[in-house]
Design a protein around this ligand. Structure first.
Ligand SMILES: Nc1ncnc2c1ncn2[C@@H]1O[C@H](COP(=O)(O)OP(=O)(O)OP(=O)(O)O)[C@@H](O)[C@H]1O
Ligand SMILES: [Mg+2]
Length: 227
């Protein structure tokens, strides 16, 4: 089963959790590959840090272009970054790369861009991209003030798009969030999906360490019955 990893916002730990998921799946003997369909913010060689991290976490060889069909130079909203360089993000091109990756690995972990409904072009957004991939969604909740609202809105948006929330991860972004455990308990009560783990704050974040804090068995237990 492959997954689409979204987050409550930009900078909440999607890349780290995606890599951690890949390590956890790989440790069960599965071949994995990461995908970042659209990356906004590249160096002068047109390389993006998220793509490099996902690529390093993979166990099969895939080209940079398959992992990241769209590399946009400016670290701004993708449809605007694309417009600045005179292109339009085309979902069918992304879907082609996704299918190629699917044929190469047991699991494809697709990291979204920013939050769940970030525009990709004048008509479509990342929610529509996830719909086209038909993937269950994993939500990374960056634990900070405002995350309850963001998490619950995102869960509503996932349900409204017809996709399934397969699980969520509480990622602790600061060492001193007030009422942290009460916030996590609130989400456990209100989100209709298993919490795959609480990722503790790490001074030097390491996706291998994070993998130990994820219970991916809960994903397998949370597969709906075949109709
Ligand atoms: N558990 C954690 N402990 C400490 N720092 C963390 C933790 N999780 C994430 N971070 C830090 O937060 C920042 C954002 O993490 P990351 O790049 O994984 O987020 P993202 O959601 O993928 O961001 P983007 O929207 O840019 O793709 C990074 O500097 C990362 O090192
Ligand atoms: Mg990222």
């Amino acid at each position: 089963m492959s997954y689409f990893v979204t987050g409550t916002d930009t900078g909440v730990g999607k890349t780290l959790v995606s890599c951690a998921l890949m390590h956890a799946l790989a440790s069960q003997g599965l071949s994995v590959v990461g995908m970042k369909p659209v990356a906004a913010g590249c160096d002068d060689d047109n390389h993006n840090e998220d793509v490099e991290q996902l690529r390093a976490a993979g166990t099969v060889l895939a080209t940079y272009g398959q992992i990241n069909p769209y590399s946009l130079y400016h670290p701004i909203a993708p449809h605007i970054a694309a417009r600045h360089v005179g292109i339009r993000i085309d979902l069918s091109r992304i879907l082609t790369s996704f299918r190629e990756l699917l044929s190469q690995a047991d699991e494809v972990i697709v990291e979204g861009v920013g939050g769940f409904k970030v525009p990709l072009n004048d008509q479509q957004d990342t929610a529509e991209m996830a719909q086209q991939f038909e993937l269950p969604v994993i939500l990374v909740v960056g634990m900070r003030l405002g995350c309850l609202n963001h998490a619950l809105l995102t869960a509503d948006a996932i349900a409204a798009s017809g996709l399934r929330l397969a699980g969520w991860v509480a990622n602790i972004l600061t060492p001193d969030m007030p009422a942290l455990r009460e916030n996590i308990a609130t989400l456990e009560q209100r989100l209709q999906a298993p919490m795959l783990g609480v990722i503790e704050y790490q001074v030097t974040p390491d996706s291998h360490e994070m993998a130990k804090q994820l219970n991916i068995q809960l994903l397998k237990n949370n597969v709906p019955d075949e109709i």
